[in-house]
Write a protein that binds this ligand. Structure first.
Ligand code: TXE
Length: 484
């Protein structure tokens, strides 16, 4: 059985504790590798290595950092198929999805930030009449922590690491203990791409020990975290007294507002995808679907019909639309909402059962499930289920649609389906969400800021916002005499 190793100070190391955790393959329910159960001693080593590497790394030229990131990006693409298979095995997602989205995006993250840094500049402010100028500088923060979740493992891990590194920081990173494999493979890729030792340290283990040691370490100056809202709250509470910089990308319960005047076929096809892509385990999935009353019955019939045709199957099968959920506890959590759907006032229209896939009887498979609800206040509409479960509910007016969309503690993303331009403009500015898509879903230019409102988090990542997060701003003012 393969042992995943920590990557600290350019070396592949076993955990100090010599303890290992089981790593499961969701599609078969079997343990297939072991993960270091790292503790504060491993994190202390990693932070020390990062601190030692910082003086040199922060002074490398932009060209040098940029070209290393470029090499990492190319190497990810050269190893695409290995990473695709590893991601699908570790996470349960269809290989086709990892091949089309996860791994290419991981390569793009490195490529994008290798280019973005060459365009990142600071400002000068001339004090007219005083013969003076103030100018700003952006400096790397030092050692930063990157903590990522299991739903888009390499995609989100690289989304944090690439901007942190390219802006001159040294990184201590922890992938989710549920999906550590591609982060481990990435440590090999970065090592071979010539990243100097100590610049990137990848430490594996549980959130409550390894992750906790990162957020508690006084010399880690910033934390970029994506994960559950409860964990985000805990991280904020722990890190705030140490004045760490925080970027928290948390949960979502995203509304999908469908108006009768939309392009119906395109909407239907995209809504199936926005509901069940990655087994519904994307924080951007539209999990609350609100449909204008005049087309509600038609939509209900067509949507249920399409959803019931989705194939649940093994990640490697070409016919699979919906793979396995990421873990047994997560399957049980999602299933508990389905079991109590009626108690919560819901009616299951399709799905609702666990699935047995031949040859993989212990895998964590669940039917894509559509539940009709009569109130937005029910638990099914208020809590993040984060699985292949969506709810349907009709609305009568635009005002009501807006109220329903905003009637939740989260504010990550929303999708509006309409061909009415004025309505688009009104709703896009009134919906409480960091991202509003119109007549599309998951369309994102890497330059755009990404992040949520309300309990979906604080801070923005992506584009220059990520480079701003991973740098601190100083201002300098030479005395006017020095300029003359
Ligand atoms: O996430 P956690 P979990 C939501 C989703 C899911 C719920 C819980 O609703 O059901 O969160 O999932 C690390 N200090 N999302 O429990 O625990 C952990 O090891 C430092 C939404 O898996 O938040 C992992 O690396 N780190 C979501 C990362 O935090 C800690 C994606 C996320 O794990 C820590 C995933 C601690 N004390 C789940 N405790 C999204 N927004 O995309 C845990 N971690």
């Amino acid at each position: 059985m393969q042992n995943i190793l920590n990557y600290i100070n350019g070396e592949f190391l076993e955990p100090q504790s010599q303890e290992w955790l089981d790593n499961y393959e969701p599609s078969s329910g079997k343990v297939y590798s072991k993960i270091p159960n790292s503790d504060e001693r491993d994190i202390a080593l990693a932070v020390k290595a990062a601190e030692n590497a910082f003086p040199n790394w922060s002074k490398t030229t932009i060209e040098e950092r940029s070209s290393i990131l470029q090499r990492i990006s190319e190497s990810i693409l050269e190893n695409l198929e290995i990473l695709v298979i590893a991601e699908a095995k570790d996470n349960g997602k269809p290989e086709s999805l990892a091949r089309a989205v996860d791994i290419p995006r991981a390569a793009s993250n490195f490529k994008f930030f290798s280019q973005a840094i060459t365009q990142f500049s600071t400002n000068a402010h001339e004090s007219v009449g005083l013969n003076a100028v103030n100018y700003t500088l952006r400096k790397p923060l030092g050692v930063v922590g990157c903590i990522s979740p299991w739903n888009l493992p390499l995609y989100l891990f690289t989304w944090k690491i690439a901007p942190a590194l390219v802006s001159g920081n040294c990184v201590v990173a922890k992938p989710s203990e549920v999906t550590p494999m591609t982060a481990y493979l990435l440590s090999n890729i970065c090592h071979n791409a010539g990243l100097p030792k100590g610049v990137l340290n990848i430490v594996h283990g549980l959130g409550t020990t390894t992750g906790q040691a990162i957020i508690e370490h006084p010399n880690v100056k910033a934390i970029s975290f994506t994960g559950g809202t409860a964990t985000g709250e805990h991280i904020a509470r722990t890190a705030a007294p140490m004045f760490k910089k925080l970027s928290l990308e948390l949960g979502g319960k995203n509304p999908n507002l469908i108006f009768a005047d939309c392009d119906y076929d395109r909407m239907l096809e995209t809504t199936v995808r926005s509901s069940f892509a990655n087994q519904g385990q994307i924080c951007l999935c539209g999990s609350r679907i609100f449909v204008e009353a005049s087309i509600y019955d038609k939509f209900k019939t067509d949507f249920v019909n399409k959803v019931s045709q989705l194939n649940v199957g093994h990640p490697s099968s070409k016919d699979t639309n919906v793979g396995a959920l990421v873990s047994k506890p997560h399957l049980e959590k999602v299933f508990s909402y389905i079991e109590k759907a009626e108690t919560y006032g819901g009616k299951i229209l399709t799905g609702g059962n666990k699935v047995t896939v031949k040859g993989y009887e212990d895998g964590y498979y669940l039917e894509p499930t559509v539940i009709e609800v009569s109130s937005n206040d029910c638990k099914l509409n208020q809590e993040e289920i984060f699985g292949p479960v969506v709810t349907l509910m009709p609305f009568k007016t635009e005002e009501e649609a807006l109220q329903l969309a905003n009637g939740v503690r989260y504010g990550l993303a929303a999708t509006i389906w309409t061909n009415n331009l004025n309505r688009t403009m009104r709703l896009s500015s009134e919906i409480e969400a960091g991202i509003v898509w119109v007549n599309t879903w998951m369309m994102r230019d890497l330059r755009t800021p990404f992040g949520g409102m309300k309990d979906s988090g604080v801070g923005r990542e992506g584009g220059f916002e990520a480079l701003r997060f991973f740098t601190c701003l100083l201002y300098t003012s030479p005395s006017p005499r020095d300029l003359s």
